[in-house]
Design a binder for this molecule. Sequence first.
Ligand code: GAP
Length: 469
Amino acid sequence: MTNETKNSVSLENITALAKRRGFIYQTSEIYGGLANSYDYGPLGTELLLKIKELWWNFFIRRRDDMLGLDSQILLHPETWVASGHVDSFTDPLVEDQLNHKRYRADLLIEEYLNKHPEEQKEIIIANLSTSELDELIGKYQIKSPDGNPLSKTQDFNILFETAIGAVTDKKSQVYLRGETAQGIFSNFKQILNSNRQKLPFGVGQIGKSFRNEITTGQFIFRTLEFEQAEIEYFFDPDTNSWEDLFRDWQNQMWDFVTKVLGIKEENLRWRRHTDKERSHYSKETYDLEYHYPFGWKELWGIAYRGDYDLRQHQEFSKKSLEYIDPQTNKKFLPHVIEPAAGINRLLLMLLCDAYQEDPSKERIVMAFKAKIAPYQLAVFPLLKNKNELVDKAKQVYEDLRQTYQVAWDDRGNIGKRYLSQDEIGTPFCLTIDFETLENDTVTIRHRDSAKQERLAISELNNYLKTALA
Ligand code: GAP
Protein backbone atom coordinates (compact mmCIF):
# COMPACT_ATOMS: atom_id res chain seq x y z
CA MET A 1 0.00 0.00 0.00
CA THR A 2 1.22 3.48 -0.72
CA ASN A 3 -0.17 6.97 -0.72
CA GLU A 4 2.45 8.68 -2.89
CA THR A 5 0.86 10.06 -5.98
CA LYS A 6 2.61 9.89 -9.30
CA ASN A 7 -0.36 11.29 -11.21
CA SER A 8 -0.37 14.99 -10.59
CA VAL A 9 -4.00 15.31 -11.61
CA SER A 10 -6.50 15.53 -8.80
CA LEU A 11 -9.82 13.72 -8.79
CA GLU A 12 -11.50 17.14 -8.45
CA ASN A 13 -9.97 18.27 -11.76
CA ILE A 14 -11.10 15.09 -13.50
CA THR A 15 -14.61 15.31 -12.06
CA ALA A 16 -14.93 18.97 -13.04
CA LEU A 17 -13.70 18.41 -16.59
CA ALA A 18 -15.87 15.31 -16.99
CA LYS A 19 -18.95 17.32 -16.04
CA ARG A 20 -18.01 20.50 -17.94
CA ARG A 21 -17.35 18.72 -21.20
CA GLY A 22 -20.05 16.06 -21.08
CA PHE A 23 -18.10 12.93 -20.17
CA ILE A 24 -19.81 12.09 -16.87
CA TYR A 25 -22.67 13.60 -14.85
CA GLN A 26 -24.06 12.87 -11.44
CA THR A 27 -27.15 10.66 -11.76
CA SER A 28 -30.45 12.46 -11.09
CA GLU A 29 -28.61 15.68 -10.35
CA ILE A 30 -31.84 17.72 -10.59
CA TYR A 31 -33.17 15.72 -7.63
CA GLY A 32 -30.02 16.19 -5.61
CA GLY A 33 -28.23 13.16 -7.07
CA LEU A 34 -28.31 9.46 -6.27
CA ALA A 35 -25.52 8.10 -4.09
CA ASN A 36 -22.65 6.35 -5.88
CA SER A 37 -24.30 6.63 -9.28
CA TYR A 38 -23.17 8.43 -12.45
CA ASP A 39 -24.51 8.90 -15.95
CA TYR A 40 -22.32 9.08 -19.03
CA GLY A 41 -22.75 12.14 -21.24
CA PRO A 42 -22.22 12.28 -25.01
CA LEU A 43 -18.42 12.03 -24.83
CA GLY A 44 -18.34 9.51 -21.97
CA THR A 45 -20.72 7.29 -23.89
CA GLU A 46 -18.37 7.36 -26.89
CA LEU A 47 -15.45 6.38 -24.66
CA LEU A 48 -17.40 3.54 -23.04
CA LEU A 49 -18.39 2.19 -26.45
CA LYS A 50 -14.79 2.40 -27.66
CA ILE A 51 -13.38 0.60 -24.64
CA LYS A 52 -15.94 -2.18 -25.01
CA GLU A 53 -15.41 -2.56 -28.72
CA LEU A 54 -11.60 -2.62 -28.36
CA TRP A 55 -11.88 -5.17 -25.55
CA TRP A 56 -14.27 -7.33 -27.58
CA ASN A 57 -12.03 -7.22 -30.67
CA PHE A 58 -8.88 -7.93 -28.70
CA PHE A 59 -10.17 -10.71 -26.47
CA ILE A 60 -13.00 -12.33 -28.46
CA ARG A 61 -13.11 -11.62 -32.18
CA ARG A 62 -9.47 -12.00 -33.12
CA ARG A 63 -9.02 -15.31 -31.25
CA ASP A 64 -10.07 -18.80 -32.29
CA ASP A 65 -10.32 -19.98 -28.70
CA MET A 66 -12.77 -17.33 -27.47
CA LEU A 67 -16.57 -17.04 -27.70
CA GLY A 68 -18.93 -14.26 -26.68
CA LEU A 69 -22.03 -14.36 -24.49
CA ASP A 70 -24.77 -11.99 -23.37
CA SER A 71 -26.59 -13.51 -20.40
CA GLN A 72 -29.33 -11.86 -18.34
CA ILE A 73 -28.96 -9.55 -15.38
CA LEU A 74 -31.67 -11.57 -13.58
CA LEU A 75 -30.68 -15.22 -13.29
CA HIS A 76 -32.30 -18.10 -11.44
CA PRO A 77 -31.85 -17.20 -7.74
CA GLU A 78 -30.28 -20.59 -7.00
CA THR A 79 -27.30 -19.41 -9.09
CA TRP A 80 -26.28 -17.05 -6.31
CA VAL A 81 -26.71 -19.64 -3.62
CA ALA A 82 -24.48 -22.05 -5.56
CA SER A 83 -21.87 -19.38 -6.24
CA GLY A 84 -21.66 -18.46 -2.57
CA HIS A 85 -22.86 -14.88 -3.04
CA VAL A 86 -26.03 -15.26 -0.94
CA ASP A 87 -23.97 -16.42 2.01
CA SER A 88 -20.79 -14.47 1.73
CA PHE A 89 -20.86 -11.61 -0.77
CA THR A 90 -20.44 -9.20 2.10
CA ASP A 91 -18.64 -6.01 2.98
CA PRO A 92 -17.71 -5.07 6.55
CA LEU A 93 -20.11 -2.37 7.69
CA VAL A 94 -19.67 0.05 10.59
CA GLU A 95 -22.07 2.77 11.66
CA ASP A 96 -21.42 6.22 13.11
CA GLN A 97 -23.05 5.78 16.49
CA LEU A 98 -24.40 9.31 16.61
CA ASN A 99 -25.64 10.14 13.11
CA HIS A 100 -25.99 6.53 11.86
CA LYS A 101 -24.10 7.13 8.61
CA ARG A 102 -22.66 3.88 7.34
CA TYR A 103 -19.11 3.13 6.21
CA ARG A 104 -16.93 0.24 5.12
CA ALA A 105 -14.67 -0.64 8.03
CA ASP A 106 -11.78 -1.75 5.81
CA LEU A 107 -11.86 1.50 3.82
CA LEU A 108 -11.84 3.64 6.98
CA ILE A 109 -8.79 1.72 8.21
CA GLU A 110 -7.10 2.02 4.81
CA GLU A 111 -7.73 5.78 4.82
CA TYR A 112 -6.27 6.04 8.33
CA LEU A 113 -3.16 4.05 7.32
CA ASN A 114 -2.66 6.21 4.22
CA LYS A 115 -2.60 9.25 6.48
CA HIS A 116 -0.28 7.53 8.98
CA PRO A 117 2.39 5.77 6.91
CA GLU A 118 4.43 5.20 10.07
CA GLU A 119 1.82 2.60 11.11
CA GLN A 120 2.00 0.66 7.86
CA LYS A 121 3.75 -2.64 8.06
CA GLU A 122 2.33 -4.13 4.87
CA ILE A 123 -1.07 -4.58 6.48
CA ILE A 124 -3.50 -6.03 3.96
CA ILE A 125 -6.99 -5.27 5.14
CA ALA A 126 -8.96 -7.25 2.56
CA ASN A 127 -10.64 -10.38 3.90
CA LEU A 128 -9.98 -9.64 7.57
CA SER A 129 -12.74 -10.94 9.84
CA THR A 130 -15.10 -8.47 11.51
CA SER A 131 -13.35 -8.98 14.84
CA GLU A 132 -9.92 -8.39 13.29
CA LEU A 133 -11.24 -5.17 11.78
CA ASP A 134 -12.71 -4.12 15.13
CA GLU A 135 -9.35 -4.80 16.71
CA LEU A 136 -7.61 -2.44 14.23
CA ILE A 137 -10.32 0.23 14.68
CA GLY A 138 -9.75 -0.01 18.45
CA LYS A 139 -5.95 -0.08 18.17
CA TYR A 140 -5.80 3.08 16.00
CA GLN A 141 -8.80 4.68 17.72
CA ILE A 142 -10.44 5.28 14.36
CA LYS A 143 -13.55 7.44 14.40
CA SER A 144 -16.19 8.12 11.75
CA PRO A 145 -15.35 10.89 9.23
CA ASP A 146 -17.57 13.15 11.40
CA GLY A 147 -15.40 12.37 14.43
CA ASN A 148 -17.91 10.12 16.22
CA PRO A 149 -17.46 6.66 17.71
CA LEU A 150 -18.13 3.67 15.47
CA SER A 151 -20.33 0.62 16.04
CA LYS A 152 -18.95 -2.92 15.92
CA THR A 153 -18.30 -4.23 12.41
CA GLN A 154 -20.96 -6.44 10.85
CA ASP A 155 -21.12 -8.32 7.54
CA PHE A 156 -23.41 -6.60 5.06
CA ASN A 157 -24.48 -8.53 1.95
CA ILE A 158 -24.10 -6.34 -1.14
CA LEU A 159 -26.32 -8.35 -3.52
CA PHE A 160 -29.31 -6.32 -4.69
CA GLU A 161 -32.60 -8.13 -4.25
CA THR A 162 -35.77 -7.67 -6.24
CA ALA A 163 -38.88 -9.70 -7.09
CA ILE A 164 -40.42 -11.05 -10.27
CA GLY A 165 -44.10 -10.42 -11.00
CA ALA A 166 -46.78 -9.33 -8.57
CA VAL A 167 -46.00 -11.85 -5.84
CA THR A 168 -43.44 -10.80 -3.32
CA ASP A 169 -42.89 -13.99 -1.38
CA LYS A 170 -39.58 -15.81 -1.15
CA LYS A 171 -40.30 -17.75 -4.34
CA SER A 172 -40.35 -14.70 -6.56
CA GLN A 173 -37.17 -13.25 -5.11
CA VAL A 174 -34.32 -12.71 -7.55
CA TYR A 175 -31.05 -10.80 -7.50
CA LEU A 176 -29.54 -8.25 -9.80
CA ARG A 177 -26.34 -10.01 -10.78
CA GLY A 178 -23.32 -9.13 -8.68
CA GLU A 179 -20.95 -10.24 -11.44
CA THR A 180 -21.35 -11.29 -15.07
CA ALA A 181 -19.28 -14.43 -14.46
CA GLN A 182 -22.11 -16.60 -13.14
CA GLY A 183 -24.07 -16.29 -16.41
CA ILE A 184 -21.04 -17.82 -18.13
CA PHE A 185 -20.81 -20.77 -15.74
CA SER A 186 -24.53 -21.52 -15.88
CA ASN A 187 -24.41 -21.50 -19.70
CA PHE A 188 -21.24 -23.59 -19.90
CA LYS A 189 -22.96 -26.79 -21.03
CA GLN A 190 -25.09 -25.02 -23.63
CA ILE A 191 -22.08 -23.25 -25.08
CA LEU A 192 -20.22 -26.53 -25.21
CA ASN A 193 -23.09 -28.36 -26.92
CA SER A 194 -23.94 -25.67 -29.43
CA ASN A 195 -20.37 -24.87 -30.47
CA ARG A 196 -18.52 -28.18 -30.19
CA GLN A 197 -15.71 -26.19 -28.71
CA LYS A 198 -12.60 -28.08 -27.61
CA LEU A 199 -10.64 -27.20 -24.50
CA PRO A 200 -8.93 -24.92 -23.84
CA PHE A 201 -11.38 -22.16 -24.67
CA GLY A 202 -12.81 -19.08 -23.06
CA VAL A 203 -16.12 -17.26 -22.90
CA GLY A 204 -16.29 -13.50 -22.49
CA GLN A 205 -19.11 -11.16 -21.76
CA ILE A 206 -19.59 -7.48 -21.15
CA GLY A 207 -22.53 -6.26 -19.13
CA LYS A 208 -23.97 -4.48 -16.15
CA SER A 209 -23.44 -5.74 -12.62
CA PHE A 210 -24.87 -4.35 -9.41
CA ARG A 211 -23.52 -4.16 -5.87
CA ASN A 212 -25.05 -2.40 -2.91
CA GLU A 213 -21.74 -0.71 -2.07
CA ILE A 214 -21.69 0.93 1.33
CA THR A 215 -19.40 3.89 0.84
CA THR A 216 -17.61 5.17 -2.15
CA GLY A 217 -16.82 8.80 -2.87
CA GLN A 218 -14.20 8.04 -5.49
CA PHE A 219 -16.28 9.13 -8.47
CA ILE A 220 -16.92 6.24 -10.90
CA PHE A 221 -14.32 3.97 -9.26
CA ARG A 222 -16.89 2.18 -7.12
CA THR A 223 -20.55 2.56 -8.00
CA LEU A 224 -23.79 0.68 -7.37
CA GLU A 225 -24.26 -0.11 -11.04
CA PHE A 226 -21.26 -0.71 -13.28
CA GLU A 227 -20.10 -2.65 -16.30
CA GLN A 228 -17.83 -5.63 -16.21
CA ALA A 229 -15.90 -7.35 -18.99
CA GLU A 230 -15.22 -10.85 -17.75
CA ILE A 231 -13.62 -13.94 -19.22
CA GLU A 232 -13.81 -17.50 -17.98
CA TYR A 233 -11.06 -19.52 -19.64
CA PHE A 234 -11.71 -23.26 -19.34
CA PHE A 235 -8.93 -25.83 -19.56
CA ASP A 236 -7.85 -29.35 -18.63
CA PRO A 237 -5.38 -29.04 -15.73
CA ASP A 238 -3.73 -32.33 -16.76
CA THR A 239 -2.92 -31.00 -20.23
CA ASN A 240 -2.33 -27.30 -19.68
CA SER A 241 -0.14 -25.79 -17.01
CA TRP A 242 -2.26 -23.25 -15.13
CA GLU A 243 0.87 -21.25 -14.39
CA ASP A 244 1.60 -20.83 -18.12
CA LEU A 245 -1.99 -19.91 -18.95
CA PHE A 246 -2.13 -17.49 -16.03
CA ARG A 247 1.07 -15.73 -17.16
CA ASP A 248 -0.20 -15.60 -20.71
CA TRP A 249 -3.46 -13.95 -19.60
CA GLN A 250 -1.54 -11.49 -17.48
CA ASN A 251 0.50 -10.54 -20.55
CA GLN A 252 -2.66 -10.12 -22.61
CA MET A 253 -4.19 -7.84 -19.98
CA TRP A 254 -1.01 -5.77 -19.79
CA ASP A 255 -0.81 -5.48 -23.59
CA PHE A 256 -4.43 -4.41 -23.84
CA VAL A 257 -3.97 -1.63 -21.32
CA THR A 258 -0.60 -0.38 -22.55
CA LYS A 259 -0.71 -1.03 -26.29
CA VAL A 260 -4.40 -0.86 -27.18
CA LEU A 261 -5.47 1.80 -24.67
CA GLY A 262 -2.06 3.53 -24.64
CA ILE A 263 -1.71 3.81 -20.84
CA LYS A 264 1.69 4.74 -19.38
CA GLU A 265 3.47 1.69 -17.95
CA GLU A 266 4.73 3.59 -14.92
CA ASN A 267 1.13 4.01 -13.75
CA LEU A 268 0.52 0.25 -13.72
CA ARG A 269 1.66 -2.54 -11.47
CA TRP A 270 0.75 -6.11 -10.50
CA ARG A 271 -0.17 -6.95 -6.93
CA ARG A 272 -0.38 -10.55 -5.81
CA HIS A 273 -3.08 -11.36 -3.28
CA THR A 274 -1.78 -12.74 -0.02
CA ASP A 275 -2.96 -16.18 1.11
CA LYS A 276 -5.27 -14.58 3.66
CA GLU A 277 -6.75 -12.18 1.18
CA ARG A 278 -7.46 -14.76 -1.53
CA SER A 279 -10.85 -16.48 -1.72
CA HIS A 280 -10.68 -20.03 -0.36
CA TYR A 281 -11.25 -21.62 -3.80
CA SER A 282 -8.70 -19.45 -5.61
CA LYS A 283 -5.20 -20.87 -6.04
CA GLU A 284 -3.76 -17.59 -7.30
CA THR A 285 -5.07 -14.05 -7.64
CA TYR A 286 -3.38 -10.92 -8.95
CA ASP A 287 -4.74 -7.41 -9.35
CA LEU A 288 -3.57 -5.21 -12.15
CA GLU A 289 -3.51 -1.89 -10.34
CA TYR A 290 -3.57 1.62 -11.75
CA HIS A 291 -2.20 4.64 -9.99
CA TYR A 292 -5.39 6.66 -9.65
CA PRO A 293 -5.21 10.14 -8.08
CA PHE A 294 -6.32 8.50 -4.81
CA GLY A 295 -3.60 5.83 -4.86
CA TRP A 296 -2.85 2.40 -6.36
CA LYS A 297 -6.17 0.59 -6.82
CA GLU A 298 -7.53 -2.49 -8.54
CA LEU A 299 -8.33 -2.02 -12.19
CA TRP A 300 -8.57 -5.61 -13.31
CA GLY A 301 -8.36 -8.87 -11.39
CA ILE A 302 -7.19 -12.28 -12.53
CA ALA A 303 -7.85 -15.44 -10.54
CA TYR A 304 -7.28 -19.16 -10.93
CA ARG A 305 -10.60 -20.53 -9.62
CA GLY A 306 -9.94 -24.25 -10.16
CA ASP A 307 -13.23 -26.08 -10.86
CA TYR A 308 -15.03 -24.40 -7.94
CA ASP A 309 -17.80 -22.69 -9.89
CA LEU A 310 -18.68 -25.52 -12.26
CA ARG A 311 -18.62 -27.96 -9.35
CA GLN A 312 -20.97 -25.79 -7.29
CA HIS A 313 -23.41 -25.34 -10.18
CA GLN A 314 -23.27 -29.05 -10.95
CA GLU A 315 -24.10 -29.86 -7.37
CA PHE A 316 -26.92 -27.33 -7.00
CA SER A 317 -28.51 -27.89 -10.43
CA LYS A 318 -27.97 -31.65 -10.33
CA LYS A 319 -26.97 -31.47 -14.01
CA SER A 320 -23.63 -32.77 -15.18
CA LEU A 321 -21.38 -29.95 -16.30
CA GLU A 322 -18.54 -32.27 -17.19
CA TYR A 323 -16.53 -32.05 -20.37
CA ILE A 324 -15.84 -35.22 -22.33
CA ASP A 325 -12.50 -35.19 -24.09
CA PRO A 326 -13.26 -36.24 -27.70
CA GLN A 327 -9.93 -38.05 -28.05
CA THR A 328 -9.63 -39.87 -24.74
CA ASN A 329 -13.25 -39.88 -23.53
CA LYS A 330 -11.98 -38.58 -20.21
CA LYS A 331 -14.85 -36.95 -18.28
CA PHE A 332 -14.02 -34.09 -15.96
CA LEU A 333 -14.86 -30.59 -14.78
CA PRO A 334 -12.58 -28.09 -16.49
CA HIS A 335 -10.58 -25.59 -14.46
CA VAL A 336 -10.91 -21.88 -14.95
CA ILE A 337 -8.77 -18.75 -15.15
CA GLU A 338 -10.79 -15.58 -14.82
CA PRO A 339 -9.60 -12.14 -15.97
CA ALA A 340 -12.32 -9.73 -14.72
CA ALA A 341 -12.21 -6.04 -15.64
CA GLY A 342 -14.42 -3.08 -14.83
CA ILE A 343 -15.22 -0.95 -17.89
CA ASN A 344 -15.86 2.15 -15.78
CA ARG A 345 -12.52 1.78 -14.03
CA LEU A 346 -10.85 1.50 -17.42
CA LEU A 347 -12.60 4.73 -18.39
CA LEU A 348 -11.55 6.52 -15.20
CA MET A 349 -7.98 5.35 -15.86
CA LEU A 350 -8.14 6.75 -19.41
CA LEU A 351 -9.28 10.13 -18.10
CA CYS A 352 -6.60 10.26 -15.40
CA ASP A 353 -3.81 9.10 -17.71
CA ALA A 354 -4.75 11.54 -20.47
CA TYR A 355 -5.14 14.66 -18.33
CA GLN A 356 -2.36 17.22 -18.83
CA GLU A 357 -2.12 20.85 -17.93
CA ASP A 358 0.04 23.03 -20.15
CA PRO A 359 0.44 26.19 -18.04
CA SER A 360 2.58 28.01 -20.64
CA LYS A 361 -0.23 27.85 -23.16
CA GLU A 362 -2.94 27.98 -20.52
CA ARG A 363 -4.60 24.89 -21.80
CA ILE A 364 -5.76 21.50 -20.58
CA VAL A 365 -5.08 18.63 -22.95
CA MET A 366 -6.71 15.23 -22.78
CA ALA A 367 -3.89 13.36 -24.50
CA PHE A 368 -5.85 10.23 -25.40
CA LYS A 369 -4.33 7.86 -27.90
CA ALA A 370 -5.70 9.19 -31.21
CA LYS A 371 -7.85 6.13 -31.82
CA ILE A 372 -9.46 6.33 -28.35
CA ALA A 373 -10.43 10.03 -28.39
CA PRO A 374 -14.20 10.66 -28.62
CA TYR A 375 -13.56 12.61 -31.84
CA GLN A 376 -10.56 11.91 -34.00
CA LEU A 377 -10.93 15.17 -35.87
CA ALA A 378 -12.54 18.56 -35.75
CA VAL A 379 -13.29 20.63 -38.83
CA PHE A 380 -13.56 24.43 -38.71
CA PRO A 381 -14.36 27.03 -41.32
CA LEU A 382 -11.97 29.91 -40.62
CA LEU A 383 -14.89 32.37 -40.63
CA LYS A 384 -18.50 31.44 -40.13
CA ASN A 385 -19.96 34.30 -42.11
CA LYS A 386 -18.17 33.45 -45.39
CA ASN A 387 -20.40 31.03 -47.25
CA GLU A 388 -17.69 29.72 -49.53
CA LEU A 389 -15.56 28.72 -46.50
CA VAL A 390 -18.50 27.16 -44.66
CA ASP A 391 -19.62 25.22 -47.76
CA LYS A 392 -16.14 23.84 -48.38
CA ALA A 393 -15.69 22.98 -44.70
CA LYS A 394 -19.07 21.18 -44.64
CA GLN A 395 -18.00 19.14 -47.64
CA VAL A 396 -14.72 18.08 -45.98
CA TYR A 397 -16.62 17.39 -42.73
CA GLU A 398 -19.24 15.20 -44.42
CA ASP A 399 -16.57 13.25 -46.33
CA LEU A 400 -14.54 12.53 -43.23
CA ARG A 401 -17.62 11.56 -41.18
CA GLN A 402 -18.04 8.52 -43.39
CA THR A 403 -14.92 7.05 -41.76
CA TYR A 404 -14.13 8.96 -38.57
CA GLN A 405 -15.86 10.62 -35.66
CA VAL A 406 -15.63 14.29 -36.52
CA ALA A 407 -16.59 17.38 -34.56
CA TRP A 408 -17.82 20.57 -36.22
CA ASP A 409 -17.14 23.92 -34.65
CA ASP A 410 -17.73 27.38 -36.09
CA ARG A 411 -18.11 29.29 -32.83
CA GLY A 412 -15.75 31.99 -31.57
CA ASN A 413 -12.23 32.35 -32.88
CA ILE A 414 -9.89 29.58 -34.02
CA GLY A 415 -7.74 29.80 -30.86
CA LYS A 416 -10.74 29.14 -28.62
CA ARG A 417 -11.88 26.27 -30.81
CA TYR A 418 -8.42 24.65 -30.48
CA LEU A 419 -8.52 24.97 -26.70
CA SER A 420 -11.98 23.50 -26.60
CA GLN A 421 -10.94 20.49 -28.72
CA ASP A 422 -7.77 20.02 -26.61
CA GLU A 423 -9.96 19.64 -23.54
CA ILE A 424 -11.90 16.78 -25.05
CA GLY A 425 -8.80 15.23 -26.56
CA THR A 426 -9.40 15.68 -30.29
CA PRO A 427 -5.99 14.85 -31.83
CA PHE A 428 -6.38 16.80 -35.11
CA CYS A 429 -8.12 20.03 -36.04
CA LEU A 430 -8.55 20.97 -39.70
CA THR A 431 -9.15 24.56 -40.67
CA ILE A 432 -10.62 25.49 -44.02
CA ASP A 433 -9.34 28.93 -45.01
CA PHE A 434 -8.99 31.07 -48.13
CA GLU A 435 -5.96 29.10 -49.29
CA THR A 436 -8.13 25.95 -49.27
CA LEU A 437 -10.36 27.54 -51.87
CA GLU A 438 -7.32 28.17 -54.09
CA ASN A 439 -5.35 24.92 -53.82
CA ASP A 440 -7.42 22.35 -51.87
CA THR A 441 -5.10 22.24 -48.88
CA VAL A 442 -6.02 22.58 -45.20
CA THR A 443 -4.24 23.51 -42.01
CA ILE A 444 -3.93 20.48 -39.75
CA ARG A 445 -3.17 21.33 -36.14
CA HIS A 446 -1.80 18.70 -33.74
CA ARG A 447 -3.25 18.53 -30.25
CA ASP A 448 -0.14 17.53 -28.29
CA SER A 449 2.48 19.83 -29.87
CA ALA A 450 -0.01 22.55 -30.93
CA LYS A 451 2.00 22.64 -34.19
CA GLN A 452 0.34 23.22 -37.53
CA GLU A 453 1.12 22.04 -41.03
CA ARG A 454 -0.42 22.28 -44.46
CA LEU A 455 -1.82 19.20 -46.11
CA ALA A 456 -3.62 18.47 -49.39
CA ILE A 457 -7.22 17.31 -48.84
CA SER A 458 -6.50 14.39 -51.18
CA GLU A 459 -3.78 13.20 -48.77
CA LEU A 460 -5.95 13.39 -45.65
CA ASN A 461 -7.24 9.83 -45.69
CA ASN A 462 -3.82 8.26 -46.00
CA TYR A 463 -2.41 10.58 -43.39
CA LEU A 464 -5.15 9.77 -40.90
CA LYS A 465 -5.00 6.04 -41.53
CA THR A 466 -1.38 6.05 -40.37
CA ALA A 467 -1.95 8.47 -37.50
CA LEU A 468 -4.91 6.52 -36.14
CA ALA A 469 -3.47 3.02 -36.53
N1 GAP B 1 -16.04 -12.36 -11.23
C1 GAP B 1 -15.00 -11.80 -10.45
C2 GAP B 1 -15.29 -10.45 -9.99
O1 GAP B 1 -16.40 -9.93 -10.14
P1 GAP B 1 -14.24 -8.40 -8.75
O2 GAP B 1 -12.80 -8.11 -8.43
O3 GAP B 1 -15.24 -8.31 -7.66
O4 GAP B 1 -14.23 -9.84 -9.42
C3 GAP B 1 -14.02 -7.41 -11.15
O5 GAP B 1 -14.70 -7.45 -9.94
C4 GAP B 1 -13.80 -5.98 -11.61
O6 GAP B 1 -15.06 -5.29 -11.65
C5 GAP B 1 -12.94 -5.16 -10.67
O7 GAP B 1 -11.56 -5.33 -10.97
C6 GAP B 1 -13.39 -3.75 -10.97
O8 GAP B 1 -12.72 -3.24 -12.11
C7 GAP B 1 -14.85 -3.93 -11.31
N2 GAP B 1 -15.72 -3.56 -10.16
C8 GAP B 1 -16.03 -4.33 -9.10
N3 GAP B 1 -16.87 -3.67 -8.27
C9 GAP B 1 -17.09 -2.46 -8.83
C10 GAP B 1 -17.89 -1.32 -8.46
N4 GAP B 1 -18.66 -1.30 -7.38
N5 GAP B 1 -17.86 -0.23 -9.27
C11 GAP B 1 -17.12 -0.23 -10.40
N6 GAP B 1 -16.37 -1.28 -10.79
C12 GAP B 1 -16.35 -2.37 -10.04
